[in-house]
Design a protein around this ligand. Structure first.
Ligand code: WT7
Length: 646
């Protein structure tokens, strides 16, 4: 028996209580649109939809046309109206050890207050609101208040630099920015609002669209906090004083719920647009089916940050639309020490635990004595997301964290797909360590070659989605051409969505996602484009040209390795040069985009047409024999590169 034919079956006990059984595949296959309509009816619609899908203007889809709903009402009010107001929605755990439990009734009051306060600050349906906040309850309250008002939120990860924040604010022409005074990072308070001040600029340089900044007091540590009169207001003085009565309006199913910027192969990050009815339908349905969530019993914990799509879908909209009780944890897994996650699982009786492979590999490095020191018996299901999970980490996860009792769901999806697309069903699928297994019910994918022909089992091809799906992106903000070009031009004739990932079916028909086939890197589950880092490097005054690749890394999946050429005339560089360049990238983009390694080289390997041969640089960085160098202008360039490498 080959290793990849070993399967793990869900236990009979799990199967007996599972939300869904094997028949749902057949039901969804028999009539895909009817299946999605049934899933949509799990939500409360103010006006029934008149059709399931309008694909007449492909690739621009309208899901559930004619339907009107309010997303926030679906996530909050309807649970309160159904008598579940006392149920805890959020167990919030702050990094320094403070905590808050927030019930659905309290959440409703807070969301209504924020909706009223934002209205007073001039926010109307269709306006954009930028959210630049750490993992505090007010971040979720703000997202839901925007949803309630029909304002489109754009959450910018609070680890992004002020430059990255500014470009996102400008692109979306955000009217309001919501932030905190500071944030806790590895036990220390650090300023955050100062980055907003820097981003917004002053005088002729000021961000024109922004009228107000609402500031939540979180760290209260910054005596020199800058305050712009007329622009800046405290959360406590606005939201805190507002009425908890708010009449919600219903919006069209395709009303834009949020923008989320993500890296592509070229150019600046693009604003992925998600709608309301379709997005919430698949988000809510997959939460129920993939995590086998039981209302009133389970305690769910997704370890993502709300700055990424995983946080949007499986911290905010998926769990809350299902009336879930969940953990919202502010900090890092090793603050104050490596026991933190396991203490939280123990204390709150976490049952469903959804994390990234990079964290699992970090836990492995810390050693199993740490999870072993805790009672993790409340756990009944484990999830993985963000990058391929290597079989070794999968087995360790199942054994050391899951006590060999919990099914693992390895979920493949993307910012663009909005919610889960490929995953085992925990009470159905016999899983293989490392495989995402099969498309979800109602989702249709193929693995094809350059010509769009299905590749045989065992062979790698491109992953495409060959039928529209409810939580698909509605477009790229302000750039319809880029939307068509990026996702729909590769297989335009067939009308398929090109995901950018390679995949294969194995001999048993299990689907394995193999990672990006484009110039997008995946570092600790964060998606970063090579060109973005290259662009940041060449804004340094001493750098003439840069090439960046993702080299495989034991813990983070990939690590960023940069090769740079100095500008003419620069003959000496300081010892700190590598560190200077790494910091430069942190300032231009974010610390998460910092190269692991910077190599100053005399030239870069190029083809005759001037294209940088990243593939060969990857061979160098990963310490392999060089691949085919025949198309290089000058094959000797590598001797120089190798000899200069640290
Ligand atoms: C890219 C999307 C899924 C939301 C978080 C990331 C990679 C994601 C898996 C998985 C293999 C995965 C893909 C994808 N990816 N999940 N389970 N197995 N690869 O969203 O930042 O938009 O990144 O993450 O390469 O294209 P994202």
């Amino acid at each position: 028996m080959t290793e990849s034919s070993v399967v793990y079956l869900p236990s009979p006990e799990f199967v007996a209580q599972a939300n869904v059984g094997p028949e749902i595949y057949g039901r969804a296959d028999a009539d895909r649109l009817a299946w999605w309509a049934e899933q949509a009816r799990r939500l409360d619609w103010e006006t029934e939809f008149t059709d399931v899908l309008d694909w007449s203007n492909a690739p621009f889809a309208k899901w559930f046309p004619g339907g009107k709903l309010n997303v926030a009402v679906n996530c909050v009010d309807r649970h309160v109206d159904a008598g579940k107001g006392d149920r805890i929605a959020l167990h919030w755990v702050g990094e320094p050890g403070d905590s808050r439990d927030i019930t659905y009734a309290q959440l409703k009051d807070e969301v209504c207050k924020a909706a009223n306060a934002f209205t007073n600050l001039g926010v109307r349906a269709g306006d954009r609101v930028a959210i630049y906040m750490p993992m505090v309850p007010e971040a979720i309250i703000t997202m839901l208040a925007c949803a309630r008002l029909g304002a489109t939120h754009s959450v910018v990860f609070a680890g992004f630099s002020s430059a990255a924040l500014r470009s996102r604010i400008d692109d979306a022409e955000a009217k309001l920015v919501v932030t905190t005074d500071g944030q806790y990072r590895r036990g220390e308070p650090a300023p955050l609002k100062s980055a907003v001040d820097e981003a917004l600029g002053t005088g002729a340089d000021a961000a024109a669209s922004v009228a107000h900044v609402v500031v939540v007091k979180r760290t209260n540590h910054d005596p020199s906090l800058n305050w712009v009169a007329g622009r800046d207001v405290w959360w406590d003085d606005t939201v805190g004083e507002a009425s908890p009565e708010h009449e919600a309006e219903a919006f069209d199913s395709d009303h834009p719920l949020f923008l989320l910027y993500t890296s592509g192969t070229t150019g600046k990050p693009k604003g992925i647009v998600h709608g309301s009815g379709g997005y919430l339908t698949q988000t809510s349905s997959t939460f129920h089916n993939v995590f086998d969530h039981k209302e009133g019993r389970d305690v769910f914990w997704c370890g993502a940050d709300i700055g990424w799509v995983t946080g949007h879908t499986y911290i905010v909209y998926g769990p809350l639309s299902n009336g879930a009780t969940e953990i919202l944890y502010e900090g890092t897994p090793n603050t104050p020490n490596e026991h933190r996650h396991f203490q939280i699982i123990e204390k709150y009786g976490v049952t469903l635990y959804y994390m990234a492979p990079t964290l699992i590999r970090t836990f492995m490095k810390w050693g199993r004595a740490i999870p072993d020191a805790h009672d993790l018996s409340s756990l009944r299901l484990l999830g993985s997301v963000g990058e391929p999970i290597n079989p070794e980490a999968w087995r360790w996860y199942r054994d050391a964290i899951g006590g060999n009792r919990c099914p693992i769901v390895d979920t493949w999806w993307q910012t663009e797909t909005g919610s889960c697309m490929i995953s085992p069903l925990p009470g159905v699928t016999a899983t293989k360590p490392g495989a995402a297994m099969a498309p979800m019910p109602g989702i249709s994918v193929r693995i094809v070659d350059d010509n769009g022909h299905d590749v045989p089992r065992g062979e790698q091809g491109y992953l495409v989605v060959d039928e529209p799906w409810p939580s698909m992106l509605m477009g790229v903000w302000g750039d319809d051409d880029r939307y068509r070009d990026t996702y729909w031009s590769r297989f335009a004739e067939q009308g398929w969505y090109f995901a950018g990932d390679g995949a294969r079916y194995d001999e048993d028909g299990a689907l394995w996602v193999l990672g990006r086939v484009d110039d997008v890197m995946n570092v600790s589950g964060h998606r970063i484009s090579t060109s973005e880092v290259e662009s940041a490097l060449v804004t340094h005054p001493d750098v003439a040209e840069a090439a960046v690749i993702g080299a495989s890394d034991e813990t983070t999946g990939q690590g960023i390795v940069a090769f740079v050429i100095l500008r003419e005339g620069i003959t000496s560089i300081p010892d700190s040069f590598e560190q200077d360049l790494r910091n430069h990238v942190a300032v231009e983009i974010s610390p998460i985009a910092k190269p692991r390694e910077v190599n100053v080289v005399p030239e870069l390997p190029k083809t005759r047409s001037g294209k940088i041969m990243r593939r060969l640089l990857k061979d160098v960085a990963e310490g392999r024999e060089l691949g085919d160098t025949s198309t290089l202008v000058d094959p000797t360039v590598f001797e120089n590169i190798r000899s200069r490498r640290r």
